[in-house]
Design a protein around this ligand. Structure first.
Ligand SMILES: Cc1ncc(COP(=O)(O)O)c(C=O)c1O
Length: 471
């Protein structure tokens, strides 16, 4: 395919070189100056091509060092397993999930490690919260915060979202105890017992737990770990059954980090309008983007039917237990439900986080974290690729995990106890579906640094997998 623009020609040439391994994973591309000279191009053209490659995740810019190859897209095979569309059913979530959560191991192979120094962003966060605590006066501690949450934090969140193309007034936001709480409020506000909810499959197990608890029925929509929910499949589901709500994560869905295109998001909203569907957007991974942060689905929500749920758990700290929800037409009901389920959020915590955002510390933290996460992701993918070039692995541009498809005879559920005997906790594929599928799949997180012990645990995994024929 020929390209008219010189930056595109250069971009294609560089991409081809990366795919043919002229420049391998981790190697530096020729400098901007050399590319200008050798290709007879202006500096602006070369920079534009490199920035586009960076946005695709093929290279990363390292300050004062140049552009480095992050992964070779062509050599990593993408997962292909898909669920088939089945009638809505009640949810019965596996006890295994409870076991994993009890070990606080959903995002770590070695949950007891707790190693390493505090990142500078967390040090700054702790200081901001400490200052907020010290500001407490008189009998402040005797009062509940208003149900919507601290207005200073909501203002900061409003500005944060405006930078992503979504102008939300602070009075349309309500703070919550994490994103799980936000999702709970959203489902309670727009569904009643027995209603059918469409979910991504594979998708987030926490949503399945909520659906079980609220006695809602689930219909799984086949979802690609590269591009997100299959909108053709959703259309088929909506034509066959009466669905009340649909939960999606357009930005870096767990387990594989899928990113939905703007066209898919628009089609989803058109369908939602036609079928009068509530859409619950789980936006928790947006700030873990390795490239540009995508606009939320909510930014396109002309019908006021998208409830956006998010939190700081993935971008800053899980331990804050601080999230938010923008409830669209269900906003007042959500405020009421927040009052019923939590009364109020901690004021000093919210004010500390608001200060942390206001002085630019959050943005600086995200910038540093982005570089870290990219390096960790690449290291993980390179290790997995070294197990076998046949392994299928998602290559996410955000999120904290990859989805791995092992040979079809591997049973990751049966492998769980064997791995546990060796002190390793795995997150088997069937947890991400209600239909028991994805037995040969696994989610592996890169949320933590790959120190020696984690690398050793990762490399032990192939010997711990149990084949399906043995059960
Ligand atoms: C997609 C997704 N949504 C929501 C949550 C819950 O987040 P929180 O810790 O903010 O409750 C998680 C946590 O793993 C998640 O992965």
């Amino acid at each position: 395919m020929t390209s008219d623009y010189r930056y595109q020609q250069l971009e294609n040439w560089l991409l081809q070189g990366i795919q043919q391994q002229r420049w391998r994973l981790g190697e530096r591309l020729p400098s901007i100056r050399n590319l200008c000279r050798e290709q007879n191009l202006s500096k602006a053209t070369v920079q534009h091509a490199l920035q586009r490659l960076e946005a695709q995740g093929a290279v990363e810019a390292r300050p004062k060092a140049g552009y480095f190859v992050t992964f070779q897209p062509s050599v990593v095979k993408q997962p292909v397993s898909r669920v088939s569309i089945e009638a809505p059913r009640p949810v019965n979530v596996s006890d295994l999930l409870l076991d994993i959560m009890r070990r606080s191991a959903a995002f770590d192979l070695l949950p007891d490690l707790h190693a390493g120094d505090l990142p500078p962003g967390i040090v700054a966060l702790n200081r901001a919260i400490g200052r907020s605590l010290r500001r407490q006066r008189g009998d402040d501690f005797q009062y509940y915060d208003e149900p919507a949450g601290d207005v200073g934090l909501r203002e900061q969140l409003s500005m944060h979202h405006a930078r992503r193309g979504w102008a939300v007034p602070p009075d349309q936001l309500c703070t919550t105890s994490g994103c799980q709480h936000a999702l709970f409020l959203a489902l309670m506000a727009c569904c009643e017992r027995g209603d059918v909810v469409a979910v991504e499959s594979p998708g987030f197990y926490g949503v399945l737990q909520l659906l079980e608890q609220l006695e809602l029925r689930v219909v799984e929509v086949p979802t690609s770990v590269a591009n997100g929910m299959d909108i053709d499949a959703l259309e088929e589901v909506l034509a066959r059954w009466q669905v009340k709500a649909c939960i999606v994560s357009p930005a870096f869905a767990t387990p594989g980090g899928a990113l939905m295109s703007v066209e898919a998001k628009q089609r989803l909203l058109t369908l939602a309008e036609y079928h009068d569907l509530a859409v619950i957007e789980d936006d928790i991974y947006a700030d873990t983007a390795l490239g540009p942060v995508p606009d939320p689905l909510k930014a396109l929500d002309a019908g006021n039917r998208v409830i956006l749920c998010s939190s700081f758990s993935k971008s800053l700290s899980r331990d804050l237990r601080l999230g938010w929800v923008s409830g669209a037409r269900w906003h007042d009901r959500i405020l009421h439900l927040k009052l019923v389920t939590q009364l109020a959020s901690s004021r000093y915590l919210q004010q500390g986080v608001a200060d942390f955002m206001a002085d630019g510390s959050y943005t600086a933290h995200l910038r540093r974290q982005r570089n870290e996460l990219r390096a960790r992701r690449d290291r993980l993918i390179a290790s997995l690729h070294a197990w076998s070039a046949e392994l299928r692995v998602s290559v996410p541009m955000g999120g904290l995990a990859v989805w791995v498809e092992l040979p079809p005879n591997v049973d990751t559920l049966a492998s769980y106890p064997k791995a546990l005997e060796q002190g390793v906790v795995i997150t088997p594929g069937p947890l991400f579906s209600v239909s028991g599928q994805f037995k040969n799949c696994l989610r592996i997180s890169y949320a933590h640094p790959w120190d020696e012990r984690r690398v050793a645990a990762l490399n032990r995994l192939p010997r711990l997998f149990v084949s399906r024929s043995s059960d």
